[in-house]
Write a protein that binds this ligand. Structure first.
Ligand SMILES: [Zn+2]
Length: 142
């Protein structure tokens, strides 16, 4: 009879399946992935044939995907280009931006640049902040 045991990855209690009484990992996908990774790492260390096979498989993969690194470089270039563009836009924006809470606007919102920041956050240093431009289309506050 199988007893509960603790998963070697996530530490949660699980019941081993009847057909694998020595099971050390629960059935969660991440834990199974980790199990496989550990097995593979161990195998590469201990089995020269396996190591050699892996090396060949990798070489074959590179051969059959000759465009992989080129594509990677190209998309990477596009990414860098996009970042440069965004930086350029940021640089062209007004240097000083009025720091003002919407609540301090006395019911009036003016067209202009604002820093939009997430209000609820434990770690203020990590929050995202965005410079946004708000255009007031119509002011119904009278
Ligand atoms: Zn687990």
């Amino acid at each position: 009879m199988n007893e509960d045991r603790t998963c070697a990855v996530c530490g949660q209690i699980f019941l081993p399946r009847a057909q694998s009484p020595s099971q050390r990992y629960c059935s969660k996908r991440d834990c199974q992935r980790e199990r496989k990774a550990r097995w593979q790492k161990q195998k590469i260390k201990s089995d020269p044939d396996y190591r050699e096979n892996q090396r060949h498989a990798q070489a074959r993969w590179s051969e059959s995907h000759p465009d992989y690194w080129r594509t990677y470089r190209d998309t990477h270039q596009a990414y860098k280009q996009r970042n440069r563009e965004l930086q350029r836009i940021r640089n062209s924006q007004p240097r000083h931006i009025a720091k003002m809470d919407v609540s301090a606007l006395d019911g009036r919102l003016c067209t202009g640049f604002y820093v939009l920041a997430q209000a609820v956050c434990d770690d203020i240093a990590k929050i995202g902040a965005w410079i946004v431009h708000l255009t007031v289309i119509s002011d119904l506050s009278g």
